[in-house]
Each structure stands twice: as structure tokens, then as C-alpha cells.
Design a protein around this ligand. Sequence first.
Ligand code: ZN
Length: 283
Amino acid sequence: MFGEDVTPATTVLGPGDDADVAIVGGVHGDEPSGVRAVRQVIESNPDLQRPVKLVVANPPAVASHRRYLDADMNRVFPGDPDSGARERRLAAALLAEIDDCGPVLSIHSTHSFDDPIAFVSRSYPPVQELAARLPIPHIVDPTPCIEGSLPTAAPVISIEAGRQLTEEATENATGIVEAFLRLVDVLPEEPTGGDSTYYTVTDAVSQPSGPDYELLVENFERVSEGSTVAQSATEEYVADEPFVPILMSETGYDDLLGYRGETAGESLSAARDTWGVDRPSDG
Ligand SMILES: [Zn+2]
């Protein structure tokens, strides 16, 4: 109902309550690995050095195990506090909740890929530098194409931890949450990791028509011109130019096959040359 009071659920842990670091789970209600990972890390690390804010972004969707109720929350940022769509109100409330936080980690899981992927916008260079030090093999800039996602609206590292509802996704998420909390001094010790390839999303690809289709390529493995990317009984999608598949799947979206992208570089500085982003003079 319009006007119904729904807000993100926030807990602050650690010494003090002035948290400027946040971890967000449950932007999509059917991806529980984020919330689970945060719980595991907190239970196994009771001695936090700084306060950290834990936010469940979409409690009604989490409670009903659905991706969303009215609108895909990760496509409607910055949201609208007066909207009739619940996720648009929640999106605005989430941005207000993390407004005083610097680095924010948001955790998802996918239908498309086993290994962790990070989405960070080139618009937030210091956050991108943090992401470069996490144990994540693929780091993607969604800015040119995926409008309304959280990492395009705030200084957020948005993680796809692995396949939805798998133990591996929760394990990956747990390792990334721990590494993130070390980087921002909530946990002691320096993290390990930081050997990533960088990509840019260039455009979205519609699903082939027909009830079922088959995906014939692997995400992050470059597709050459003329290759068949996906086929249904009635339609074939053939690559008209080379590209890198990103978040392509048979079941992940209502209407999209996924995204096409390009490699931006094998290091952050090489990627920044590709993007035309100057290296910031301080962190
Ligand atoms: Zn998600």
C-alpha cells in the first residue's frame, strides 16, 4: 500500500554508534548469501575495532524470498520517497541511510557465474581503489549502461558473490566481507587479494524470443564475431562484433539475456587510461 511504512533494517555493531562504514545485503530478497555472510563474519569476529553499519535493504522482499515486490530495487536508484512503488521508497531510504558512510559493500548473488564479480563506478575512484584490493577476479564499471543500480548512485562496491542459494556464494561473500572489513580497519590485519581484470558494460541484450533458450557462451570469455551466443527454437542471437559477456544467463532476468562489455584493462591504472579517468592524487 502507498504510504505503508517500510524502511531498510539497520544494526550498528562495534564500539560507538557513529559508523561511517556499511555493509548492505538484501537489495534483492531472493539472494540470502549477503545477509548470511555478514552474520557469519560478525559471529566469528566479536572484537570489532570500529563501528560498522549493517543494512538489510529490502526487508519485505527478504521475508518473502522474492527478488522484489513492486520494482527491481537495483534499477530504481536514486528512488523516490513519495513513490507508490515500495522499492522506489526503499531505494531513497537506503541512500539516506548510507549517506554518511564512505565505503559501502553491497552483496548479491547471480544465476550466471560462480566466481565473485564487483561492480564499481568509475565516478568513485577511492571506492574503486578499495575494490582493487579485494579478492575479486572481475571488476566491472556499470556506469555507461546499467542505470539505476546502487553502485552508480553512491560510493558502493556491489558484489555478485556467486550462484544464488549456493554454499559457495555464502563462502565467497564471507571472505569478501572479511577482506573489506580489514581494508577499512573494522577488523585488524591487512587483507590479501587484488589481482583483478577490469571491464566496462557497454549494452544490454534482450532474450531470444520463445519460451526456452540456451546460452552458448561463458561469462567473461570473449566472444568472437559470428559466434552464436544464444538460441531458441525460433531465434538465434549471433554476435555481430566481438564482446565480453557479463551476467548472461538463461534464468536471471525477466526480459534480458544479460549484458555485453569490453575489457578495460588488466590493472586499475590501465583501466583508467581506457576510461579517461585521471588517477586521483590522494586515496
Ligand atoms: Zn541481486
